[in-house]
Each structure stands twice: as C-alpha cells, then as structure tokens.
Ligand binder design. Structure first.
Ligand code: 5AD
Length: 364
C-alpha cells in the first residue's frame, strides 16, 4: 500500500496488479485512503466543481433484450411510452432556465428513420431555441454512423454508450445471441471519430464478473481514450432473467465496489469526467455525494416528468420516483454545499481529456 501511495503522490501510473489490489483488498483502512487520494487527484486535474446534466429519460421503447435491464423488450409488465417532441423540448427549457448548462437525452434503443428524424428535430429545436447555449449529450444506444453524424450536425456534442463490460465472453452471457459486443465497440469508435466527446462505462459487480474484469475495464477505458465515464453498481430487477442467477445481493458490498471503481478510474485516468450515477444513489441515499468524494465530478439529476418515472425502472429501487425536478435540484444543491463543493451552473463542464486529446491530434 505504501508503494501505491508514494506512486500516487507523484502521480505515477499504477500497474494492473496495483489497481487489482485497490479493488480487492479486505483491509478496511484502504478505501478511505484511496478515496482521499482520488479526491486530491480530482482537485488537481479537473477541479472541485460539480457539473449537472439534467437527464430526460424520454422513451422506454427498446429493441434490445439485455438480461439485466428492467425495460428490456421482453418485459411485458412495462407500460411503454415516448414523450412528445414538445414535452422533451419543454423539459430541456426547464433545465436551461434552471441553469443546468447541459442535458442528457436518454432512451431505449430504437433504430428507425422515423426515430432518427424525431431525435434530430428535438436536438435542432433545443439548440436553436436556447441560442446554441444548452449543451446536449445523447445516450441512445447503437445507431448507424449516418445517424450519429446527423445528430452531431444537429448540435449534440457528447455521446454516452456504455460497453457494459469489456469482457466479450461475459458480455455474451448477459445478452441474447443477436446482441453484438463487436458492434457496440464499433459504435463507440464511430462516435469518437465523428467528434463527439465520448463516454462509456460498465456495470460493477455483475454476476460472473471478476476483479480482473474490472481492472480490464479500466485498461479498456484508457485504450479507447474515452472522455467521460458513467459506471454504477449492478442492481437486480426481479422481472429479468439475470435476477435468477444473481443469487445473494449484498447492497453494501456493491456500493463500496462502485465507489472503489470510481476512485480507481480517477486515479488511473485523471482528467476524464466521471459521473456519480443514480445506481449509487439507489444503494445509499448519499451515494452521489460519496461518489463525488471518491473522485466523480458529474451528477445527472433526473428532470423527467414524475408521471413517466415508474415506467423507466432499469433496476429496482431507482430513486426519485416522486421527487419533482425542482425539489431534486434544491436538495442536491444543499448536499453539495455540505461537502464544500460548488456547482458549475450555466457551464457545459466539458471533459478536459477531450481537449487535451484533440489538441494533441491537431498539433501532430
Ligand atoms: N443495474 C444497474 N444498471 C443497469 N443498467 C441497466 N440495467 C441495470 C441494472 N439492472 C444500466 C446499463 C445501461 C444504463 C442506461 O443503465 O449500464 O447502459
């Protein structure tokens, strides 16, 4: 541990074996120390400002059938919805008025010309109606390069596509045979080549996932040179096939593992944006604040109309079912002030990593 701490003081890169040690050690003194180091590195590299991305979960229609996800196609208990263009745009305006700086448009995966055009209209309206001011991140799954291109031209500038796990074998166990790890990876690379700030992430503590898999996830993020990370603990949803395999579910263990992965990612990748995800909050009411203190710098408050929230349960116990967007904003502000961080209102809070990597390309 001392070797690791010395390396961190000098901001030297940890080896895979050292990352492994951080994630798996049973020594109770270790996590607090790593969180402290990760926090220090965060302050050095990206600063102590938290950026809000108001997330609009505007559609739960999904063509995918992932074994872990509550809104998978085969879950017939879910009432399917898609917000109208006006509803989405109005929610975006709410974020803008409340000085969120940027929003995330998230939805189940649908690939169709109608859908591509619908999303394009929403992006165009949000951009023009806010004078180009509102930052737009998309989280809409796998699409063709043409569609990614169209949405980028319409004004979206960041895209999140979680690889879910970097272990192709494990990926196959978590998805039906027609879901392709290769295609997902191709999509991620396309997104990056088009010029989006590129985000990915994994679920942490999946059934069948080993500590080595998680270390490899971190190496994967580095190899793919990603700008933004959204990772959260896997949480059971009872109406999914994976629930039957998941066995004992230790919430506290999952939570701690989630925090440790955030800290390890901050230590290892340094200048990327890292979200303290809702899944962390689902396992602990203060999960997001603890995530910030373990190295995260982004929070994605849910700004979807409360009426739609019960139909967007990716996992059980997803928080904020009844919490209006305004209440959520005020509470968060209080909590963030309590941990003595500030909120980057009206700012996009772009990934520093994006600028350093694109500058390197430009000057080559
Ligand atoms: N537990 C935790 N995260 C989940 N997601 C989907 N289902 C679950 C679950 N049961 C995550 C996936 C997806 C994101 C939108 O939600 O990583 O990419």
């Amino acid at each position: 541990m001392q070797v690791i701490l010395d390396k961190l003081k000098n901001e030297l890169k940890l080896s895979a074996a050292e990352l492994r040690f951080l994630l798996e050690t049973e020594d109770e003194a270790v996590p607090a120390r790593i969180f402290r180091e990760a926090y220090r590195i965060k302050l050095n590299r990206v600063g102590g400002k938290v950026f809000f991305r108001g997330i609009i979960e505007f559609s739960n229609r999904c063509a995918k059938d992932c074994f872990y996800c509550g809104i998978r196609k085969s879950n017939k208990k879910v009432v399917r919805f898609r917000m109208t263009e006006d509803e989405i745009v109005n929610t975006g305006h709410w974020a803008w008025r409340n000085r969120y700086g940027s929003i995330v448009l998230q939805g189940g995966e649908i690939e169709s010309p109608e859908y591509a055009a619908f999303v394009e209209r929403v992006i165009t309206r949000l951009k023009t109606e806010t004078g180009g001011g509102l930052g737009i991140t998309l989280s809409l799954g796998e699409q063709t390069p043409e569609v990614y291109e169209r949405w980028f031209k319409a004004g979206a500038h960041r895209y999140l596509l979680r690889i879910e796990t970097s272990n192709e074998q494990l990926y196959r166990q978590l998805h039906p045979a027609d879901h392709s790890f290769r295609r997902r990876l191709e999509c991620l690379r396309t997104i990056r080549n088009i010029g989006y700030q590129t985000g990915t992430g994994v679920m942490i503590g999946l059934p069948g996932q080993t500590v080595d898999d998680m270390v490899n996830d971190l190496l994967f993020f580095e190899r793919e040179d990603i700008d933004m990370l959204g990772m959260g603990p896997y949480i059971i949803h009872r109406d999914t096939p994976l629930a039957k395999l998941a066995g004992e579910f230790d919430r506290e263990k999952q939570f701690q593992l989630g925090l440790k992965m955030i800290a390890a990612a901050r230590i290892y990748l340094r200048d990327v944006n890292i979200a303290a995800t809702t899944a962390l909050q689902a396992l602990n009411p203060e999960g997001r604040e603890l995530g910030l203190q373990a190295g995260a710098n982004i929070i994605m408050p849910n700004i979807t109309a409360v009426a739609y929230r019960p139909a967007y349960q990716l996992y059980e116990g997803k928080p904020g079912l009844n919490e209006s967007s305004g209440l959520c904003r005020d509470r968060l502000q209080n909590r963030i002030e309590n941990i003595r961080e500030t909120i980057g209102y009206d700012e996009w809070g772009d990934s520093k990593h994006f600028f350093s990597r694109t500058k390197a390309i430009r000057s080559e």
